[in-house]
Write a protein that binds this ligand. Structure first.
Ligand SMILES: Cc1ncc(C[n+]2csc(CCOP(=O)(O)OP(=O)(O)O)c2C)c(N)n1
Length: 286
């Protein structure tokens, strides 16, 4: 029998700028969560984790179990939650500043470990909540609070980083192409392993890339998703700098790999001298 649509609204006042593209991500996430529920996931088994930033406010607007972590640190919190209870569906939400600057070491290790969580990066290509400083994905020449003359740094391609860190699901969405974004997140959440999605999320106040993206984005066909060379070629179609290049959206790479928590928690025992200590037994005895 079909489950009833879940009302996820909260009473928290939305403090995003009017017209912010985060509203589209919020609406999409509500659909994704309802979809998960329709497929049998209990609401209490879904956990959202965020850091700090405009992007991270999203967890206040969704009536679900959630944890607000430090700026740049939501991934490790999410990993801890998943290790504590493998049954949970963990979705981590962060800004590009939090994830590609402060939290970049955690990002690389979460991908390498292949923890079964989904990461959504709201990539507006600036530190927006603090009124615009350049981040790792801002283009060279970006003018903001910390680079009034224009940033001299070239941008990082986060998808290329994720491919080399062995992320088992790599995708890109766009906050003004919501049908594609919803399908992409649905697939990411269902994937067993670390799922990474860079969501292009124009900051209409400080770095409005909407018109430029609208002209250049296109949906990729889903084929040969396990071929690393093809994935890299697609990833390199746009380097986050070139304002003329087309921007592919969808899944770039998907591969089955052993999941970290299944390997780590297989046995839950360790040896001390000739004694084997079993955590499961200890926990039962407490
Ligand atoms: C470790 C740390 N560094 C800096 C800050 C200050 N800070 C709070 S929000 C923010 C900007 C967030 O930018 P981003 O992560 O890109 O998210 P956005 O606001 O753009 O969604 C900064 C720099 C902080 N709270 N903690």
């Amino acid at each position: 029998m079909a489950q009833k649509k879940i009302q996820l609204d909260t009473s928290a006042k939305k403090t995003w700028c009017p017209g912010c593209s985060n509203f589209g991500i919020l609406a999409t996430l509500k659909k994704v969560i309802n979809n998960l529920h329709q497929r049998g996931t209990a609401m209490e088994d879904i956990v959202l984790v965020s850091g700090i930033g405009c992007s991270s406010k999203i967890i206040d607007y969704l009536g679900l179990n959630s944890f607000s972590s430090l700026h740049g640190r939501p991934l490790v919190s999410g990993e801890g939650i998943k290790l504590g209870n493998k049954k949970l569906t963990v979705i981590v939400l962060a800004g590009d500043g939090g994830m590609y600057n402060e939290g970049i070491a955690h990002l690389v290790h979460a991908a390498k470990r292949n923890v079964d969580i989904t990461l959504l990066v709201h990539n507006n290509r600036n530190f927006a909540l603090t009124t615009s400083q350049f981040t790792a994905t801002s283009p060279q020449g970006f003018k903001g609070g910390s680079s009034p003359e224009g940033s001299v740094e070239e941008p990082l391609n986060p998808l290329a980083l994720m491919l080399s860190a062995q992320a088992s699901f790599i995708g890109r969405g766009y906050s003004f192409r919501l049908e594609g974004l919803e399908q992409l997140i649905n697939k990411a959440v269902r994937h067993q392993g670390f799922s990474f999605i860079d969501i292009l999320q124009p900051c209409i106040t400080f770095f409005d890339t909407t018109d430029s993206y609208n002209k250049r984005v296109y949906a990729m066909e889903e084929k040969d998703l396990t071929d690393e060379k093809k994935a890299l070629a697609k990833i390199k179609e746009w380097d986050y700098q070139d304002e003329k290049a087309n921007i592919p959206l969808g899944i770039f790479y998907k591969q089955e790999r052993p999941v970290y928590e299944n390997m780590l928690l297989k046995d839950l025992s360790f040896s001390r001298g000739d004694k084997k200590i079993n955590f499961k037994k200890i926990l039962k005895e407490i």
